[in-house]
Design a protein around this ligand. Structure first.
Ligand code: MN
Length: 418
C-alpha cells in the first residue's frame, strides 16, 4: 500500500494581504493531490494545519473540497488530524469534516480506522495535538492514549499514526516536544505535521518518522531558514517504510534585510535575475533599517524601486535591532511585578511566576515586528494556564465576603465604607 503524506497546507493563508498567495496555495494543493492520484496511492494523509484558521472562508473550504474530491471519487481514503491552526477554538465542527470522504481522526470519536488493500489490513490512527509544557501529566496521558490506539491496530499488517506534534529530534529546545522513540513500536510510519520544512528520520524496529513540510513559503522566516517544500509518497509494505519526497514549486520568495542606503541596489540586483518559473513575479519581504532620525519617505522610494515587479511587504526598523532595549532596565524584575498583580498573596508560586513570565514574553513579542505567530502562540499559552480559574475565583470570593459585611449601595459592594 502506498500513501501520500501532506501537512501544513495552510489553505486560506492571508500573507501580507495578497490574494495571489491564497490562490497559489489552493492551486498547488489541487495539483499535488492530482500527482498523488497519478502515483496510485491508496490513501492521503493530512497531518494538520490544512486550513490556516479554524473558521476558513467558504471559498477556502471550497478549495479543499475541489482539491480532494477527485481523490475521494477514485476511492482513495483521506485521513486527517487537526493542528493548532485549524482546531476549533469554540465548540464547533472542524472545517475539514465538510470535505467529502475525509475522516478526521481523534476529533469526533474515531481514533483509528482500518483499510483493506490487496488482501491485507492497514491501520491508521490519529493523535490529538497536545502541548506538554504544562507538565509530565499531559505527556503520560498522551503516551497512554497512543498505547491504547496501538492496541486497536496491533493485529494489522502495517500501522500508521498521524500526529501534529513537535518531537525532540526536530524541535530540540521546545517545551512541547516529545521523544518520538516513545511512540509505540506498532506504528511503522509516524506521519507528522507542524514544521514547514521537510524532515525525516529512521528509528529502531524499522520505523520511520517524517514531516513533509508545507507546499509553499508561508513566512519570511522559512525563507531565511532555507526550508525545502513538498510532500511525500510512502510505500508502507517495505521492511522499513520507503519515502519519496516530491518537491513542490512555491512562488519564489526573496528576503532583503538592508540599511536604507543599500536597499535600492539590492532590490534591483534581486529582481534583475528574473526567473520565477511558472510565476509572473516573486514575493518579497523587505526589511529596511533606518537611522533614528531618518525623515524621507522610504515607502515611495521602495515602490519606485520595485516598479510592480514583485508582491512585496516593507518592514521598517528604526535603529538597529540589537540596540532596542527589551525591558525597562535590568534592575527591574518585570516578572515579579506582574506576578504580584496576578496573585498578591502567592507571587512566588511557580504557576503564578510562569503566567507572569509568559505575559512578559508576550509584551516583548508585541514590541517587535513580524511576531504574529509567536503572539498567537503566547496568547494560547497564557489562556491555557490553569491558574486563572483559581485567581479569578479568589477575587470573586473576596468581593462577596466583603459584601456580606454590610453597608448600603456602592458602599456595600466595596466593603462597608469605613
Ligand atoms: Mn502547526
Amino acid at each position: 500500500m502506498r500513501v501520500a503524506h501532506f501537512a501544513d497546507i495552510h489553505l486560506g493563508r492571508n500573507l501580507y494581504r495578497f490574494l495571489e498567495v491564497e490562490e497559489d496555495i489552493a492551486k498547488l494543493f489541487k495539483e499535488y493531490v492530482q500527482v498523488a492520484i497519478e502515483e496510485r496511492v491508496d490513501a492521503i494523509l493530512l497531518s494538520g494545519d490544512i486550513f490556516d484558521t479554524p473558521r476558513p472562508l467558504i471559498r477556502v473550504i471550497h478549495q479543499a473540497v475541489t482539491a480532494l474530491k477527485p481523490a475521494a471519487e477514485r476511492g482513495i481514503k483521506i485521513y486527517a488530524v487537526l493542528g493548532e491552526h485549524d482546531y476549533p477554538k469554540v465548540r464547533d465542527k472542524a472545517a475539514l469534516t465538510l470535505v467529502p470522504g475525509a475522516t478526521v481522526l481523534s476529533y469526533e470519536g474515531v481514533r483509528c480506522v482500518k483499510q483493506e488493500v490487496g488482501g491485507k489490513t492497514y491501520g491508521f490512527c490519529g493523535a490529538h495535538k497536545t502541548r506538554f509544557r504544562f507538565g509530565e501529566r499531559s505527556k503520560s496521558r498522551y503516551l497512554s492514549t497512543l498505547r491504547s490506539m496501538a492496541n486497536e491496530v496491533a493485529s494489522t499488517h502495517r500501522a500508521v499514526i498521524l500526529a501534529h506534534q513537535e518531537i525532540s529530534q526536530v524541535f530540540a529546545n521546545s517545551e512541547d516536544s516529545i521523544d518520538v522513540n516513545l511512540f509505540p513500536q506498532v506504528f511503522r510510519y509516524i506521519a507528522l505535521g507542524h514544521i514547514h520544512g521537510h524532515r525525516e528520520g529512521a528509528l529502531e524496529g524499522g520505523r520511520v518518522y517524517a514531516y513533509p513540510g508545507s507546499l509553499y513559503y508561508l513566512s519570511a522566516q522559512e525563507v531565511r531558514k532555507g526550508e525545502e517544500k513538498g510532500f511525500l509518497i510512502v510505500d508502507l509494505d517495505r521492511d522499513v517504510p520507503e519515502t519519496h519526497f516530491i518537491r513542490s514549486e512555491p512562488r519564489p520568495f526573496i528576503v532583503i534585510d538592508e540599511p536604507v542606503e543599500r536597499v535600492r541596489a539590492r532590490i534591483e540586483a534581486e529582481l534583475s535575475r528574473g526567473n520565477w518559473g511558472r510565476y509572473d513575479k516573486p514575493l518579497m519581504n523587505i526589511v529596511v533599517r533606518l537611522p533614528p532620525n531618518y525623515k524621507d519617505d522610504v515607502y515611495s522610494m521602495i515602490e519606485k524601486a520595485v516598479a510592480g515587479r514583485a508582491l512585496y511587504k516593507v518592514v521598517v526598523q528604526r535603529g538597529h535591532a540589537e540596540e532596542v532595549p527589551r525591558s525597562v532596565g535590568a534592575e527591574v524584575d518585570e516578572v515579579a511585578i506582574i506576578a504580584s498583580i496576578i496573585d498578591p498573596r502567592n507571587p512566588d508560586d511557580p504557576e503564578v511566576r510562569k503566567a507572569a513570565e509568559y505575559i512578559v514574553r508576550l509584551k516583548n513579542a508585541l514590541a517587535q515586528q513580524g511576531q504574529q505567530e509567536r503572539i498567537e502562540e503566547l496568547v494560547d499559552d497564557i489562556l491555557s494556564l490553569k491558574i486563572w480559574d483559581r485567581v479569578v475565583k479568589t477575587e470573586l470570593l473576596t468581593t462577596s465576603l466583603v459584601r456580606r459585611r454590610g453597608g448600603r449601595g456602592l458602599d456595600a459592594f466595596i466593603g462597608g465604607g469605613q
